[in-house]
Design a protein around this ligand. Structure first.
Ligand code: GLU
Length: 503
């Protein structure tokens, strides 16, 4: 019988939750789910000075935000726990010592001072830094004496001096490393804490991980891990090193050039569906010409061997496009619920919006989800529906003609004779109207004004647009009028008249 597939994401809880964590989690989750296996979260907090509970909590929250639900983890339990390395510390020393007993690792008593001098010497001789194997040849009597004398020690892995270690990467084929280039890695530190390498391998083994899917940057660690699996005599998982996410200039994704914190994407109002879809496009293709998909569709068609290694570019413009597609697809009620906070932040709706406010909001969201790429942008575009007191933009000396002309046209639209007639006629119509104006009613009022005056549409629509929205273009005027209703439309007109003495 085939072994159950088990995959994991193993982030260190330092700083903000990273987009790279979500990216790797997505592929691990898909690998497990597609094959009826399990996906787990392990918190690698061996670096006690940098790990924080707050950062851990943010990892839980952001994975859940994205629907990247793990079957096992520190906050959900499971049969292979604990899932936080700080709760497993007792375990690692025992395994390090097992390797010492097997002759695969050794005690190293070198002092910091000696290691510093060694590094300086290597630097002066332009040699790669690394441990020189000084303690590898200590006799058992020497070791015993030093231990009894209470000397500080670390435990190091014994790498062979010659030959090579070959990683059989599922995506990359055989990747070879010359053993003499690989340092005798510290496994257990002076304070008894494990290093990443020891804890990672011991836990992957004890947690039954069958596929280690992680970012390319860890590939240099893998020969050490392979060496440990061999030394312990354990079955090896399959290794899959995913291509690194890159900035537009192809350098490794970095916060100087791209927002990398998942919190940023929550705050900007990206949808989880957009984010997941976008991450699923990184180095991967669901099918020919199919760029928009859900998490379920991604899992259904998932095949790890289809990952391509060319460095995927983390392109915010593309993310915006993908996100917009999902905003259009999403249930309107749900999208409105998600958008509400962004409208509250702008004080467009009250903290506990009334049914009427929500109804209006839904209409605004329905219109603005077409042009907006995020919910925050959507709320920004909503000024036209919520801000009743505004002025026309003004021209300045340094403006190019292209920018200046439309502004001048907007001002002129409130000055001409025909334009004034249109405004007055429209006001009269509005005053006759009911408070609630349907889209159709608004359309026919506009059309009526146009037909009655018999001038070109520019002389009718331009002044009305200017006086009701303060803008030359943007949302359809009938939508604005219908959404804000009679009283507010009239109030806007009055306010503009007070500023510009129009009629
Ligand atoms: N703790 C490592 C990280 O922060 C885990 C790397 C791995 O998956 O082995 O990404």
């Amino acid at each position: 019988m085939c072994k159950e597939i088990r995959t994991r994401i193993a982030p260190s809880p330092t700083g903000d939750p990273h987009v790279g964590t979500a990216y790797i989690a997505l592929f691990n989750l898909a690998m497990a789910k597609k094959n009826g296996g399990s996906f787990l979260l392990r918190i690698e907090d061996t670096d006690q000075t940098r790990s924080t509970a707050d950062s851990e909590k943010q990892i839980f929250d952001s994975l859940k935000w994205l629907d990247l639900f793990y079957d096992e983890g520190p906050d959900v339990g499971g049969d292979f726990g604990p899932y936080r390395q700080s709760e497993r510390f007792d375990l690692y020393g025992k395994y390090a010592k097992e390797l010492v007993e097997k002759g695969e690792a050794y005690y190293c008593f070198c002092t910091r001072d000696r290691l510093d001098k060694l590094r300086e010497r290597q630097k002066a001789m332009k040699k790669a830094p690394g441990y020189d194997g000084h303690c590898r040849s200590l006799s058992s009597e020497e070791i015993k004496a030093k231990l009894e004398a209470g000397e500080d020690y670390v435990i190091r892995l014994k790498m062979p001096y010659d030959g090579e270690t070959i990683i059989k990467d599922v995506l990359r084929g055989e990747v070879k490393f010359a053993n003499n280039n690989i340092d005798d890695q510290v496994l257990l530190k002076g304070d008894g804490f494990p290093t990443y390498h020891l804890a990672n391998v011991v836990d992957d083994h004890l947690m039954g991980i069958t596929h280690v899917i992680r970012a390319e940057e860890w590939i240099a660690s893998t020969p050490k891990h392979i060496r440990m699996y061999e030394a312990f005599g354990w079955d090896m998982p399959q290794f899959i090193h995913m291509p690194l996410l890159r900035n537009a200039d192809r350098t490794k994704i970095s916060k100087r050039k791209n927002p990398v914190s998942l919190n940023y994407y929550v705050e900007e109002g990206y949808l989880k569906e957009g984010m997941i879809n976008f991450l699923g496009l990184m180095g991967y293709s669901v099918g020919e010409n199919k760029e928009i998909f859900t998490l379920d569709e991604f899992i259904e068609t998932f095949d790890i061997t289809k990952v391509s290694l060319g460095g995927p570019i983390f392109d915010l413009e593309k993310l915006g496009w993908v996100n917009n597609q999902h905003m259009r697809m999403k249930d309107l009620g749900e999208l409105t619920k998600l958008a509400t906070n962004f409208f509250i932040n702008r004080e467009f709706v009250s903290k506990n919006p009334s049914d009427a406010e929500i109804k209006t909001l839904e209409r605004v969201v329905e219109i603005l989800r077409e042009p907006a790429t995020t919910l925050k942008e959507l709320a920004t575009l909503a000024d036209i529906y919520y801000v009743d007191k505004f002025s026309l933009p003004e021209t300045t000396e340094d403006m190019s003609k292209k920018v200046r002309k439309p502004i001048e046209r907007l001002h002129n639209a409130l000055k001409g004779e025909d334009e004034l007639k249109a405004i007055k006629y429209f006001i009269a119509k509005l005053e006759e109207a009911e408070e609630e104006i349907t889209v159709d009613a608004a359309k026919s009022m506009l059309l009526d004004t146009l037909e009655t005056l018999g001038t070109g549409p520019g002389k009718v629509y331009m002044p009305l647009r200017a006086i009701i929205t303060g803008q030359g273009k943007g949302a359809e005027l009938y939508n604005v009028i219908s959404i804000i209703g009679k009283t507010r439309t009239l109030a806007r007109i009055k306010n503009m008249n007070e500023q510009y003495n129009i009629y």
